[in-house]
Design a binder for this molecule. Structure first.
Ligand code: SF4
Length: 354
């Protein structure tokens, strides 16, 4: 037992020494640390790499510098600042959680793992990171980077998404987290995973754990972390109506708040056999119709084969029949969230490539 705790201490101390010399300390969220700034960064970093996150983080904080301002914002404005970052449920949950923090905690993010986990979009690892970084008190993180370091260092087999493997990783992560300098340790282990113990080509020579890393010693790094068992993703189809008029306007539709691309604006979606009926519902008379090249967008659980159909119509002063549809000037950048396929098609429309 004593040997075990000495080993844990040496693990943390080696990481902290490495962090003092090589760790990143200039990331935007590492300056002027506040629970809100750390929270936003942790949510953005959930499925996205640091370099991609930085410009989005800066723009988001510029638009919504406090929880109060975020809570009062509308969903379109929040999704607009998230456009391109993907996994939009993160943005919708951030907004909902900010509103809840205003109502329940007078605008102060509660710094307890249990209370944070009750807020939309915050799981155990994110809560652990927020508490550890903001309070320097004992709390445990187990994000993708930490899982990679631990599965390799301890040669833990099995896919980390499996409950039994996850439980073991939480036990190990909890035992290895020190009781002192917890904030630095949390940054250190995330940093090590991101910059040294990388997914491909880990830089083991520079790693402070290389003297007793089990995967390195047994030359089995490629086996950890074990990959998710492969499933063939189903393919679904969607027909997107790219409707433009002679005033250089394009019609977009706001999607329902929950579900696929929830709350984002997209082209009206229909089935290939229902195009005429959909146009009728929108009270539009097509002047021309052209099917464009189809392309594939892959979600975590299925592929979506998208068939865009360009419909040209005449501008009309008649109100659009359905409130969720609106005309937008093609050359404007409205403050709304857009799906990635729409962003790509709009780019082509603007450049008259369609
Ligand atoms: S020695 Fe290599 S594989 Fe092991 S933890 Fe360090 S970087 Fe990762």
């Amino acid at each position: 037992m004593q040997r075990h705790s000495q080993l844990n201490e040496s693990f943390a101390n080696r990481l902290l020494l490495w962090f003092d010399r090589y760790g990143r300390k200039e990331l935007p969220w590492q300056k002027d640390i506040t629970p809100y700034r750390i929270w936003v960064s942790e949510i953005m970093l959930q499925q996205t790499q640091v370099n991609t996150v930085i410009p989005y983080y800066n723009r988001f904080l510029e638009a919504f510098p406090t929880i109060e301002i975020l809570a009062a914002a509308n969903e379109d404005a929040v999704l607009h600042k998230w456009t391109g970052l993907g996994y939009y449920a993160r943005a919708r949950n951030l907004l909902k959680a900010a509103q809840e923090v205003m109502m329940k905690y007078e605008g102060k993010l509660p710094l307890s793992v249990d209370k944070l986990c009750e807020l939309p979009g915050i799981g155990r690892s994110t809560a652990g990171a927020i508490v550890a970084i903001c309070t320097n008190k004992y709390a445990v993180i187990l994000d993708g980077n930490v899982k990679r370091v631990l599965t390799r260092y301890l040669s833990i087999g099995g896919w980390p998404g499996k409950n039994s493997v996850m439980d073991m990783l939480w036990r190990e992560a909890s035992a290895l987290t020190p009781r002192h300098r917890v904030a630095d340790y949390t940054q250190a282990i995330m940093d090590l995973g991101a910059t040294v113990c990388r997914r491909t080509k880990p830089d083991c020579k520079q790693c402070p754990l290389n003297s007793d890393c089990q995967a390195l010693l047994t030359n089995t790094i490629d086996l950890y972390p074990e990959k998710k068992p492969k499933k063939t993703l189903p393919v679904k189809h969607a027909c997107l109506l790219v409707i433009t008029n002679d005033k250089r306007q394009v019609m977009l539709e706001k999607r329902p708040s929950s579900g696929l691309w929830g709350g984002l604006w997209s082209f009206p979606e229909t089935r290939a056999e229902n195009i005429e009926a959909s146009l009728k519902t929108l009270s539009l008379i097509p002047l021309s119709k052209k099917t464009l090249n189809s392309f594939r967008h892959t979600f975590s659980h299925f592929h979506l084969e998208i068939i865009p159909v360009h419909i040209k119509t005449k501008h009309s002063n008649k109100r659009i029949a359905l409130a969720k549809h609106q005309w937008f000037n093609l050359d404007d950048t409205p403050a709304i969230g857009l799906t990635r396929p729409v962003t790509l098609i709009l780019k082509k429309l603007r450049a008259s490539l369609i």
